[in-house]
Design a protein around this ligand. Structure first.
Ligand code: NI
Length: 189
């Protein structure tokens, strides 16, 4: 295990766009260790995803995984995926309002995400992938790609919907879960 401390909002590293990883460096010990640290830290914090900036590294690397996640029990499963130099491109104008949280931000709130995106990235073996992501899974990818561009959820959240996790549980959770479960049933992800 190499769980790293998670960088909180306010640290400038979260606001800098990350550098691309040269393809020839993907197999290097430094990049492979970064990937292992991201996976361990994501698991330890029960994140649905994590970006390298969140452990203080300015490289374009992220991981996602959802499997019985206690922070986000309504999220459909996502297999463990390592994405190097990921890009998420909207496929159309369909949007959904999602109440999102972030390991680096002690608040959550409503924001808009594209429902249908195409993602391209390299895996940890350096193989290229291009895939379509939909629904909440597409939202998770957009959230992590935002991190790698120096963007945080507070930039996108409707400020009047911001809440602590405790107050979200008390006042918003039931309605949100009902609405988003209907959406997940329709979209299938
Ligand atoms: Ni985040």
């Amino acid at each position: 295990m190499a769980v790293q401390p998670i960088v909180p909002i306010g640290d400038p590293v979260l606001r800098k766009a990350t550098a691309l990883v040269p393809e020839s460096e993907i197999g290097s010990p430094n990049v492979q260790r970064l990937i292992d640290d991201l996976i361990d830290t994501m698991h330890d914090a029960h994140g649905a995803g994590i970006a390298a900036t969140q452990i203080g590294v300015g490289l374009r690397v992220m991981t996602v995984e959802v499997k019985n996640n206690p922070r986000y029990p309504y999220k459909p499963a996502i297999p463990l995926t390592v994405a190097i130099n990921p890009v998420a491109t909207p496929l159309d104008d369909e949007m959904v309002t999602i109440n999102e949280g972030c390991l680096s931000v002690p608040l959550r709130g409503d924001l808009q995400r594209n429902v249908n995106v195409e993602v391209s990235y390299f895996d940890r073996q350096g193989r290229p992938h291009t895939e379509i992501k939909r629904g909440l899974t597409a939202g998770t990818w957009q959230h992590e790609c935002d991190h790698l561009d120096g963007t945080l959820i507070v930039d996108r959240i409707d400020p009047r919907t911001m809440s602590t996790w405790e107050q979200f549980d008390r006042h918003q959770r039931a309605d949100f879960i009902e609405r988003i479960s209907t959406f997940v049933d329709r979209i299938g992800s």
